[in-house]
Design a protein around this ligand. Structure first.
Ligand SMILES: NC(=O)c1ccc[n+]([C@@H]2O[C@H](COP(=O)([O-])OP(=O)(O)OC[C@H]3O[C@@H](n4cnc5c(N)ncnc54)[C@H](O)[C@@H]3O)[C@@H](O)[C@H]2O)c1
Length: 472
């Protein structure tokens, strides 16, 4: 097998001639055999053709990765198994230290506390890619990153099952008033009641938003003997015996338990407010583990005080504190203390997706995306670059190279790029754009080391260029 090599950008890319000279044809391939690499052996490798060649940096050990905020072990293992230099810190860093560190690295892995602002990113001259080992990406200036060819990946759905399980627990907890009984016992009060306590078997669960979480929940709820109806803006195939209803109002009229699993959009702001509470069955329950803006909380307080709603579980709020502490008070949300004073209400601090399993799954998914991007240039699941993938180069294709050209989306670029590539045989090529940024990937055959350097230099000289990488 030919030693896999790569020419990458900036410190790697800017020193392309050095890189090429440094890459000995006999240099040892620094990744472990496929059978040892947890990730490449277990997931990605199996999804690619059996003879796919792993395009690598000319020396994987030159890729420097900084992982902050205690990124899960699963992600660390996957990256270390590739032979990259991985530095791991348990905490985030103050801005000055972050700037100091980010100058060095090709990859940074963060969670929600590290703010990658334009000020920080402009110091990151070698940075190829950011891995957000979490759900959201608000902490990264995505636009600045895209304009500088820095891909950003996250893991939006790895915690869907955790949320669905929490909702199942809450349905039973509300139906049996467990929160109140438990609080009473903690205060020393024995209060054995059965009035208005119910089994969930045979009750109707109304799911608003039948996406990743809503559809998982549908399966679990049916297994508990509930009948499931759902409302979604899209027409979606039902799982099991669930039934889609045509309007929100219809769902509210039929459901004993209403649970929300929609995104935060202008359309979902106060989706459940006074009018919707009026449409709900008397004595029904409301659960919101989606986004805090979706429920009009003062309207919920009124509906609960009036006995219209018999119980509620909230995991998300319009304003959430940035740190743990005694912050769930009126200063943060004017109605916080009224809410806390209600009976049969479960209040949790945005923990729907917070499980060990979800953290592990996030570690695998994001590290998987980073490896694919570093080694093959595949941008699938990137939040800020066009999503582009292409069939792998195989082990039999010795003198093939993959050219990646991230550029400004302006007229005439493809013609110029193809003029440069035309001297070689372009086996396959793909290009896509997202706003101002375009991403082109082309596999060229029969190229020698000098050809690769020439291609790279020619692409670098185009004024549309944001970043050029050549993998081989
Ligand atoms: N509590 C937590 O810790 C936690 C964890 C993960 C996700 N979430 C939140 O849960 C929500 C759902 O997540 P998901 O992964 O299932 O999302 P998803 O994108 O897979 O599904 C959302 C569904 O809502 C539908 N939808 C959009 N607008 C709608 C509207 N106005 N009315 C009805 N349906 C509408 C969409 O068509 C889609 O089917 C999101 O808001 C997400 O941020 C919370």
């Amino acid at each position: 097998m030919t030693t896999p090599r790569d020419i990458s950008r900036s410190s790697l890319g800017n020193t392309v001639s050095y890189s090429l000279e440094a890459a000995s044809p006999t240099a040892a391939f620094s990744s472990p055999p496929a059978s040892q690499g947890s990730f490449m052996a277990g997931s990605f490798a199996n999804r690619t053709a059996a003879t796919a060649k792993q395009l690598k940096p000319f020396n994987a050990g030159d890729i420097k990765i900084l992982l902050l905020e205690n990124v899960n072990q699963t992600g660390r293992d996957i990256l270390a198994a590739q032979g990259y230099q991985v530095e791991f810190l348990k905490t985030s860093l103050p801005e000055d230290q972050l700037i100091e560190k980010i100058r060095e690295v090709h990859v940074i892995g963060i969670r929600s506390k590290t703010k990658l602002t334009a000020k920080v990113l402009q110091e990151a001259k070698n940075l190829l890619v950011v891995g957000c080992f979490c759900i959201g990406t608000n902490q990264v200036d995505l636009d600045y990153a895209a304009k500088h060819g820095i891909a950003v990946f996250n893991s939006p759905f790895a915690n869907s099952r955790s949320v669905a399980e929490l909702v199942i627990a809450e349905i039973i907890t509300l139906a049996r008033q467990l929160g109140d009984r438990s609080l009473e016992m903690h205060r020393g009060t024995w209060n054995k009641v059965s009035a208005k306590c119910w089994e969930i078997r045979g009750k109707t669960l109304g799911i608003i938003g039948y996406g990743h979480i809503g559809s998982q929940l549908s399966v679990l709820a049916e297994a508990m003997g509930m009948s499931v109806i759902y409302y979604d803006v899209l027409t979606l195939m039902a799982i099991g015996s669930a039934r889609q209803v045509p309007t929100l109002e219809k769902l509210l009229e039929e459901a004993d338990f209403v649970t929300l699993h929609v995104p935060e959009t202008p359309e979902t702001k106060n989706l459940i407010s006074t009018k919707e509470f009026e449409s709900m069955k008397t004595g029904s329950y409301l659960i919101n583990a989606s986004r805090g803006t979706v429920v009009d909380i003062p309207a919920l307080i009124k509906a609960m005080r009036a006995g219209k709603v018999a119980g509620a579980a909230l995991d998300v709020y319009p304003n959430e504190p940035a740190a743990n502490g005694d912050y769930f008070v009126n200063n943060l949300n004017t109605w916080a203390e009224d809410l806390r004073g209600l009976n049969n209400i479960i209040l949790t601090p945005h923990i729907g997706g917070s499980t060990e399993e979800a953290q592990r799954a996030i570690g695998v998914e994001v590290a998987d995306s980073l490896v694919r991007y570093i080694n093959q240039g595949i941008t699938l699941a990137s939040v800020n670059l066009p999503e582009v993938t292409m069939r792998s180069i195989t082990l039999e294709e010795h003198d093939h190279a993959r050219v990646i050209y991230i550029h400004r989306n302006v007229p005439g670029v493809l013609r110029k790029v193809n003029e440069i590539l035309a001297e070689h045989n372009v086996d396959k090529q793909i290009s896509d754009s997202k706003g101002d940024i375009a991403y082109l990937m082309a596999d060229v055959s029969d190229v020698k080391t000098q050809d690769i350097k020439d291609i790279r230099d020619s692409l670098d000289s185009l004024n549309s260029r944001i970043m050029t990488r050549v993998l081989y």
